[in-house]
Design a protein around this ligand. Structure first.
Ligand code: HEM
Ligand code: HEM
Length: 178
């Protein structure tokens, strides 16, 4: 079956996950500057819940993609552009999995288990180790900014297709009948 646009489930996953990533990012930057307080702990917990939700949704999204497939590249595009887009999409998926996983590992190493939505305690992925926790925090930060950079590239490419090339690239990721 050859598709010409993303299906409704893929579109919903794309925009919901994008929104959650922006929320997790913004929240982390805001919380980082707060003095140590109950509010800071509460907002970090929200940050972790959003991040773990991203992890779960991305896994489901990939299962759906493997099952239903994705539309092939629009005709008439140079081969390098098709390859670059596929490379960026792979990198985005990789970072969307690695970033929350490293966050979870970091929380385990620092001795702050993740209690999802305040009710479901997730297992610790590693035992407590302050030095490792510190290194994972650095890695989490690097991955977060790498994701930000790749997303900026991705968004610029989408806007270039829409505004300059005036093709259907963005339209096929938007809700509607196409
Ligand atoms: C989409 C997912 C995520 C994004 C975009 C994200 C992004 C960020 C960013 C930008 C920071 C601030 C980094 C800094 O300037 O130091 C941060 C910090 C943090 N994140 Fe995440 N994060 C995600 C998922 C998670 C998850 C799943 C967890 C844990 C289960 C987590 C735990 C933390 C913790 C504990 C910090 C504070 C680290 C420290 O400074 O000690 N994050 N995150
Ligand atoms: C955190 C933000 C975002 C992430 C992580 C993200 C991630 C992704 C991924 C992984 C794909 C590949 C889908 C697949 O083939 O399975 C994709 C496709 C797409 N995204 Fe995003 N996206 C984000 C934000 C945006 C924004 C803001 C726009 C629009 C301005 C956008 C426009 C598109 C378009 C048009 C496609 C389809 C590309 C094509 O058909 O080749 N994305 N996105």
């Amino acid at each position: 079956m050859s598709k010409t646009r993303y299906d409704g489930v893929q579109i919903a996953f794309h925009w919901l996950i994008a929104l959650l990533i922006v929320a997790a990012f913004g929240l982390a930057l805001y919380v980082d500057d707060l003095p140590l307080s109950a509010l800071k702990f509460k907002l970090y917990a929200y940050h972790k819940w959003i991040g773990i939700s991203v992890l779960a949704l991305v896994v489901l999204r990939l299962v759906w993609r493997a099952w239903r497939g994705a539309p092939s590249a629009l005709p008439g595009q140079p081969a390098w552009q098709v390859k670059a887009a596929a490379g960026i999409h792979h990198l985005l998926y990789l970072l969307m999995l690695a970033l929350p996983l490293v966050g979870w590992l970091m929380s385990s190493a620092k001795g702050f288990p993740v209690v999802l939505f305040g009710v479901l305690q997730l297992p610790d992925l590693v035992s407590r180790n302050e030095a490792l926790g510190h290194q994972l925090a650095e890695l989490h930060e690097v991955l977060a900014y790498l994701l930000l950079a790749v997303v900026v590239l991705h968004v610029l490419a989408a806007l270039k297709h829409h505004i300059i090339d005036r093709d259907d690239t963005l339209r096929r990721m938007l809700p509607g009948r196409g």
